[in-house]
Design a protein around this ligand. Structure first.
Ligand code: AMP
Length: 278
């Protein structure tokens, strides 16, 4: 079943809740792959009803970013969602999510300026705003997100706590290709040569983890990772070690709850990945 309007989604959700069913929401921008499938399966396991949303959200893209060329593969997405057991797909228009004259936004101050928020101004404000709208409209009991977008997870947890939204935020592990590259809808932009290079991001994350475990200083490890990737032709947004919870900078001897994160461009493709240390 494909739902197109917020009203349709709300009515669908009310009907399910009236019947005593729990609703799991899987927000996506489409171009679905095995990473998204893993979220749908996780929702399927714990929720009575699973709704996948497909919406390329304009407010989370900067003016020079890939909104217009972002892959749109709606029929294949619906087939994948159905195959993985989703009960409904919510695919609204931009006008449906942002009614004429919309001026209301959600922002996790401080957090939303860190890492991707610094290199993509306004990005997390767009993400938090659209996810808030989706959680409210779908009356979701649980919403499923990938650890792939670690900063996004931190922002959305903060947002759900601060706004007292009752939805449980569930985070699922990163799904990777055989060589370690994190699955991403943007991987299809990579040329064969770039695809071969791209695995270095994951390899560098592993090296960062190992060096920290051996007691090397965080800033030195971050700098070495950035230099290595730059020498290999990447343009770095960041190579950082942070507290996973809120992306703040850990103290010098801190070892618990850390995550290494990299965002880098290869040609015109921006890739992100991260590795939790525990
Ligand atoms: P997107 O369509 O890129 O906005 O992603 C939708 C959701 O799928 C987000 O919660 C992502 O973190 C998650 N996701 C994307 N790629 C992966 C992956 N390789 N493994 C796990 N989750 C992923």
């Amino acid at each position: 079943m494909v739902l197109r309007t917020v009203l349709d989604l709300r009515q669908f959700a009310r009907t399910q809740h009236t019947a005593g069913k729990t609703i799991g929401l899987v927000p996506t921008m489409g171009a679905l792959h095995e990473g998204h499938a893993s979220l749908i399966r996780a929702a399927r396991q714990r929720c009575d009803v699973v709704v996948v949303t497909i919406f390329v959200n304009p407010t989370q893209f900067g003016p020079q970013e890939d909104f217009a060329r972002y892959p749109r593969t709606f029929e294949a997405d619906c087939a994948l969602a159905r195959r993985e057991g989703a009960d409904a797909v919510f695919a609204p228009t931009v006008e449906e999510m942002y009614p004429a004259g919309a001026t209301t936004f959600v922002e996790a101050e401080g957090l939303s300026g860190r890492l991707d928020g610094a290199s993509r101004p306004g990005h997390f404000r767009g993400v938090a705003t659209v996810v808030t709208k989706l959680l409210i409209a779908a009356e979701a009991d649980r919403a499923y997100f990938g650890q792939k977008d670690a900063a996004q997870v931190a922002v959305l947890r903060r947002m759900a706590t601060d706004l007292r939204i009752g939805t449980e935020i569930v985070v699922c592990p990163i799904v990777r290709e055989a060589d370690g590259l994190a699955l991403s809808s943007r991987n299809q932009y990579l040329s064969p040569a770039e695809r071969a290079e791209a695995v270095q991001i994951y390899q560098t994350l592993q090296q960062m983890r190992d060096l920290i475990a051996k007691g090397h200083a965080r800033r030195v490890v971050e700098q070495a990772a950035a230099s290595k990737l730059e020498r290999a032709g990447f343009v770095l947004d960041y190579a950082a070690i942070r507290r996973a919870e809120d992306l703040s900078e850990p103290a010098d001897n801190e070892q618990e709850g850390l995550v290494a994160l990299i965002a880098a461009r290869l040609g015109s493709t921006r890739l992100i990945d991260n590795l939790l240390f525990d």
